[in-house]
Write a protein that binds this ligand. Sequence first.
Ligand code: BDP
Length: 688
Amino acid sequence: TNYDDCWLRYERVDDDELRTSYRQRLSHAYVSEGAPELGAVRAELGRGFEGLLGREPHLWQHPPRSIERFLVIGHPEEMRPISETIDPDEIWTLAEDGYVIRTVEWEEHECTVVTAPSDRGLVYGTFHLLRLLALGEPIDDLDIVEEPANNSRILNHWDNPFRRSVERGYAGQSIFDWERLPDLRERYVDYARLLASLGINGIVPNNVNTGIPSRPTANDAVAERAGWQLLESENLEKVEALASVFRRYGIRTYLSVNYAAPIRLGGLETADPLDPEVQQWWQDKADEVYDVIPDFGGFLVKADSEGQPGPYDYDRSHAEGANVLAEALEPHGGRVWWRAFVYSEHDDRAVQAYETFEPIDGEFHENVTVQIKNGPIDFQQREPISTLFGAMPETDLGCELQLTGEYTGQGVHATYHVPMWKEILEFDTYADGEGTPVKDVLADREGQGIAGVGIVGEDPNWTGNYLLQSNLYGFGRLCWDPDLTAEEITDEWVRQTFGHDETVVETVSDMLLESWDACIDYHTGGLGLMHMMYNGEAALENHYDPAPEEWPEYVGATGDGIGVDRTSSGSGYAAQYRAPLTDLYDDPETCPEELLLFFHHLPWEYELPDGTTVVQRLYDNCFDGVEAVRELRARWNGLEGRVDDRRYRHVAERFDEHVVQAERWRDALCAYFYDHSTVADENGRVPR
Ligand code: BDP
């Protein structure tokens, strides 16, 4: 193909001993048949072994008696080498998506067994085995038992059907070609493979902005966001075609739907969720969708947010709003993912999601998941963790993360999000006393999980900047196992992507792991400020260039100080946390420095614990951030000759631009801090 294989490159294993051992154990494969997922398993084995081992496996429909060692993939009870060596109860009691990979002795044979309670589990187990080979791990004595921590692991595409633009996409057009569907593209299969290799089990292929704003808008991007049309009867066949590809890889398809669909599609007068005709319309629509797509996942909804219609149009609560869809999906096993990203005119946007949702905890149907962005503002470089994760014990919750780098340098800056996501998932909410991190809140219940705003587009490398493939990889791995460390995930990605040259592995890993800190420093000054980007008048706002003066309410710069008072006595955001956190953030002496100005408005010359003033720290961090990016570039440049030329040059060019942009941010921010504070930089770097 003319696009990249990402981490599924399957390059030849060049260690002779390992390759020999892999070949001896795996060249003959007895693989169960039947389900479409097993077709995917066989295809992947063929592709993987051809690359890694230089030959496709011999596939058997019965145990190959004459072969000493072989691979067995199938369900327990179905195949003797499995049923006679592994207690089926062990498998049937695993989570549905779990699997076991084990070396067993069966009769005269040594078998490598991959088994699982579901077809999807067999897909995951197969990809895991291939990953072991790509990572050069020994496989002589395997005993791996895996279960995903999170039940739902979903990608949200902000892709606009029909025009194929991608909202906040920086890697070209949408890969989904709705005009041509139900005709399929090879690229769908390859995307499904990438996702399945990580254990992603759901996709929403269309933007949460589905068009039809309840208020008229001058924004012509809205006309492009015609996602509501996918629910039209004649388009469901297209959705099913796409779903049929993803289904083979264990991935369920969902749709973003527009809350006013009963009006727009059904010709009703209202979309009031308490109106019986509206309820009937959703039920009929759900029946129709499931007739065409029997394993349809459900609906994702952005309601009453940024011009999208919602229950507030009818004075109904968000629970009433979500429940009507939930009732329609319920008989079919579908689920509503209802976004908590709701805000309107308010002095402090940070407090709004909690004010909207916390009071209605417990009022949602069982098949509704409230999908909460990681922070209270909007995917900023670093935010405190949303108060809602600790505030809705009676509701199924999902965490929404952003893979695409809307605020972290888009397709240019090499900003790796995994360290940020670790910080989010490890954050202690105190929801159930000390030791209730976000990852446990999410893993606690079946109707929960993690959703990520996608990053791929038509670009040959999928993600704009090649290095940003790591964000898709890391997202999937963390959804599966949030206990993995950032270092482990990064090492896996680099080895599968660039091979095992230790200099490359170490250099690229360190670069990625340090990139987020640098990004925070030059984009924000590192003390919790945010939202200092340029918006612009264009159809879709820019959100890339610096413009600290554009959103004064988020920055709180005045002649006497900077930051926003969000303490209990300020906007009240800090008071939405559980008690120990409220106290922590309320007091500038205990508030973590990296969030200080998010919670407090402080004098420019307020002294930090080491004696440096706030304004001086802002200057210093901005300069340090640029230095760090220069350092990243230098380290990448040191890899010339160790990474193939095409990838080397592509990334090197991005780094040249990354440095330029980091300098622009530093200069714009420092000038702004100086203008308001009139305090000179001690080191004379900021023009006066
Ligand atoms: C903001 C994006 C906007 C999205 C919105 C959302 O700028 O394009 O539509 O989030 O999450 O960050 O709905």
